[in-house]
Design a binder for this molecule. Structure first.
Ligand SMILES: *Cc1c(COP(=O)(O)O)cnc(C)c1O
Length: 556
C-alpha cells in the first residue's frame, strides 16, 4: 500500500469515533456505528486518502453475550490481548474530575495511510482504567470520562504526534468535546470565545446517526462540571454550544460548518429534528456504505463480473452457514428450503418477532421447515428489554427446533457468514426509526435478497420484485405503533408467502436474475468507497476551500 500521508490538493482529515469494527479479533466495537467507522477507514486506505482515525482502546471490548440453559442472555467480560498494537511512546493528559489522567496512545498499525490511534487509560498501573474499560459500559460518569478522552485527548494526541490536519470529522456526538479543545486552544492564543468558536466551526464536520430525538445523548451541566468536561469554558459558553441540559448532538451541529445524516431519508429526518434550532448548519445526507472487501464474497464478485454461476456459489455459502449452525447449535437446517436471516441489535422497534405474531398463518411453514430463520443479536448489558427480546426469540427456537435458530454473541464473524449464506435478509423495523441500516447492503452485495420495509438506505436502492421486496408502504409515519405492527405483519405474510416463497421454489431463474440485480444495485452505490468519496467531495474539500477563500478575503 502506498505510504501517501499527504496528497497535494486533498484534505487531510482527523476522524473521531467511539468505536471501530475492523475485525472480530479486534473487539472495540458494539454494532453499526463501529462497523461503519471500520469500513470507512478501510475504504479511505484503499482510495489513498489521507485520514487519521482517533478512537479508544476498550480493554474489555463490548460484551460477549451467551444464552444460559434457561434461555436467558448473560454477559461475560475479559481483558483482551492487544499486544499486536504498536506503542507510539506518546502519552496525553486530560482532566477528569480533579484527576490528571494519563492516556497512552497506541497505533493500530495495519492501516497504512490511514493510521488508527487508540487512547488508553487502562495500561498496567493506571489508576484510571475504568474510563476505557468497557465500550458503553458503566454509567454516565464512565461515558463522560471516555468522551473527554476521545475528544480532548484525541486533539492532544494529534498535537503530540505532530499530525497536521485540515479538517476534523466528528462521527456521532461522542466526539464533541474535541470541539471544546479546539476552542480552548484558540482562546489560549488570546482570542475571544466567540472568535474561537467561529474559527473552530470552519474546520469541523459532524455526522449524526440517531433518527429519534430521545435517542440523542444529553447530560446535565452539574455532572459535566463535576467531571471537568467544561475544559476551561464557562457554563454560559457550554450552554451556547449544547443547551441546558447539554445535548451532544446539538453541540455537534453548532460546532460544525456542515453536518449530515446517513441516508437521504435520515437527512430529512435530521433536518426536521434539529433544523429549526439556532446555530445549526447546513444538514444534508451522505448515505452509508459497506466495505466490499470485508463483506462481499470474492467468488460472488467474480461470478457477477464474469456472468458465472451465482447460484452455485450462493449454495456453497449457504452450506457453509448451515455447517456452522450444525457445529455450534447441533441443528441441521435444510439446504433446499428458504432461509431467512435477521441479525440486529435487540431493540423493540426492530420487531424481530414480527414474523411470529400470527402463528395461525406462519406455523405450518415453520413446523414443516418450508421456511427457516436464523436470528442473531446482542443486547446492551444493561438493557433488560433488549434481553427479553432475545429470550423471546430463543423461545421460538425451542418451539421450532428444526427451522428457527438463534446464534448467540452476534459479531462480525457471524455477520459475515449470515450475509453470505442466507437466501433472504429480513428487515422490518417500525418507521421512521432506522437511520440507515447497513447489514442489508452487505446482504445485497452477496445476492442475498432484501425483504424489507422502506426505511433508511432501502428507498435508494431496493425495488420491489426486481432486486428485493418492499413491504407495503402504510398510510403514514404517524400511524400508531400498534397499527403499524398489524399492517406490516399482514404485508410481511402476504409478500413472503405469495411472492418470495413461490419465486424461490418455482422460478429459480428469476431468483438468480434478482440476485444479479441486487449485486448490481449495491456494489458501488452502497460501497464504503462511494461514501468516502462523497465525504471528501461534499464535505472535506468544501470546508477547506471555504477557509482558503476567507483567508484570501482578509488578505485582500
Ligand atoms: C453490519 C453490522 C451491524 C449493523 O447492521 P444494521 O443493519 O445497521 O443493524 C451490526 N453489527 C454487526 C456485527 C454488523 O456486522
Amino acid at each position: 500500500m502506498a505510504e501517501c500521508y499527504t496528497i497535494p490538493g486533498i484534505s487531510r482529515v482527523a476522524y473521531f469515533c467511539m468505536e471501530y469494527g475492523l475485525a472480530a479479533e479486534m473487539p472495540i466495537y458494539s454494532g453499526g456505528l463501529g462497523i461503519l467507522a471500520g469500513d470507512y477507514i478501510k475504504a479511505a486506505k484503499e482510495l489513498s486518502r489521507p485520514l487519521v482515525a482517533i478512537g479508544i482502546l476498550w480493554r474489555q471490548g463490548y460484551t460477549e453475550q451467551h444464552i444460559d440453559e434457561n434461555g436467558q442472555p448473560y454477559d461475560t467480560f475479559r481483558d483482551y490481548d492487544f499486544s499486536h498494537l504498536q506503542d507510539t511512546g506518546i502519552t496525553v493528559k486530560v482532566h477528569v474530575r480533579s484527576d490528571e489522567v494519563t492516556c497512552k496512545v497506541w497505533l493500530c498499525e495495519n492501516y497504512g495511510n490511514v493510521p488508527l490511534y487508540l487512547l488508553d487509560a487502562g495500561f498496567p498501573g493506571s489508576p484510571h482504567a475504568w474510563m476505557t474499560k468497557q465500550l458503553y459500559g458503566g454509567g454516565r460518569e464512565e461515558r463522560i470520562a471516555a468522551e473527554i478522552i476521545l475528544g480532548i485527548g484525541g486533539i492532544r494526541a494529534l498535537r503530540a504526534l505532530n499530525l497536521d490536519v485540515d479538517a476534523y470529522h466528528f462521527n456521532e456526538g461522542h466526539a464533541v468535546f474535541a470541539g471544546t479543545e479546539l476552542i480552548r486552544e484558540k482562546m489560549a492564543e488570546g482570542h475571544s470565545f466567540e472568535h474561537a468558536w467561529l474559527e473552530t466551526r470552519q474546520s469541523v464536520v459532524f455526522t449524526t446517526h440517531t433518527p429519534v430525538a430521545a435517542g440523542n445523548e444529553v447530560h446535565g451541566h452539574d455532572i459535566l462540571q463535576q467531571m471537568n468536561a467544561y475544559n476551561g469554558l464557562t457554563y454560559d459558553q457550554m450552554r451556547e454550544l449544547g443547551g441546558d441540559p447539554f445535548s451532544m448532538t446539538v453541540a455537534g451541529l453548532r460546532l460544525a460548518y456542515m453536518a449530515n445524516g446517513v441516508s437521504k431519508l435520515h437527512g430529512r429526518t435530521v433536518q426536521r429534528m434539529w433544523g429549526h434550532l439556532e446555530g445549526v448548519p447546513l444538514i444534508f445526507s451522505i448515505t452509508n456504505g459497506v466495505h466490499p472487501g470485508t463483506w462481499q464474497d470474492p467468488r460472488i464478485k467474480q461470478a457477477f463480473e464474469t456472468r458465472g454461476d451465482l447460484w452455485a456459489i450462493h449454495m456453497d455459502n449457504k452450506r457453509q452457514l448451515l455447517q456452522y449452525v450444525k457445529d455450534t447449535m447441533g441443528v441441521q437446517l435444510r439446504e433446499e428450503s428458504l432461509l431467512l436471516g435477521f441479525a440486529r441489535r435487540a431493540a423493540s422497534y426492530k420487531r424481530g418477532d414480527l414474523i411470529f405474531r400470527d402463528l395461525d398463518i406462519i406455523d405450518p411453514y415453520l413446523a414443516t421447515g418450508k421456511i427457516q430463520i436464523i436470528f442473531s443479536s446482542k443486547a446492551h448489558p444493561a438493557d433488560t428489554m433488549g434481553k427479553e427480546i432475545i429470550a423471546n426469540l430463543v423461545k421460538f427456537q425451542k418451539k421450532y427446533p428444526n427451522s428457527v435458530v438463534f446464534l448467540e454473541n452476534y459479531n462480525m464473524e457471524i455477520a459475515k457468514k449470515l450475509v453470505r449464506g442466507c437466501d433472504v435478509w429480513l428487515n422490518n423495523p417500525r418507521r421512521p426509526q432506522e437511520a440507515s441500516g447497513t447489514s442489508g447492503m452487505k446482504a445485497a452485495m452477496n445476492g442475498v435478497l432484501n425483504l424489507t420495509v422502506e426505511d433508511g438506505w432501502v428507498g435508494e436502492g431496493v425495488q420491489h420484485g426486481i432486486n428485493g421486496w418492499l413491504l407495503d408502504f402504510h398510510p403514514g409515519e404517524d400511524t400508531a405503533p400498534a397499527d403499524q405492527d398489524v399492517w406490516d405483519m399482514h404485508s410481511l405474510y402476504r409478500i413472503l408467502l405469495q411472492e418470495v416463497l413461490p419465486t424461490y421454489s418455482k422460478n429459480r431463474k428469476h431468483w438468480v436474475e434478482m440476485m444479479q440485480l441486487s449485486i448490481d444495485m449495491s456494489r458501488w452505490q452502497f460501497s464504503a468507497h462511494r461514501m468516502c468519496r462523497e465525504y471528501y467531495d461534499l464535505m472535506y474539500t468544501p470546508i477547506v476551500n471555504n477557509r482558503k477563500n476567507r483567508l484570501l478575503q482578509t488578505v485582500m
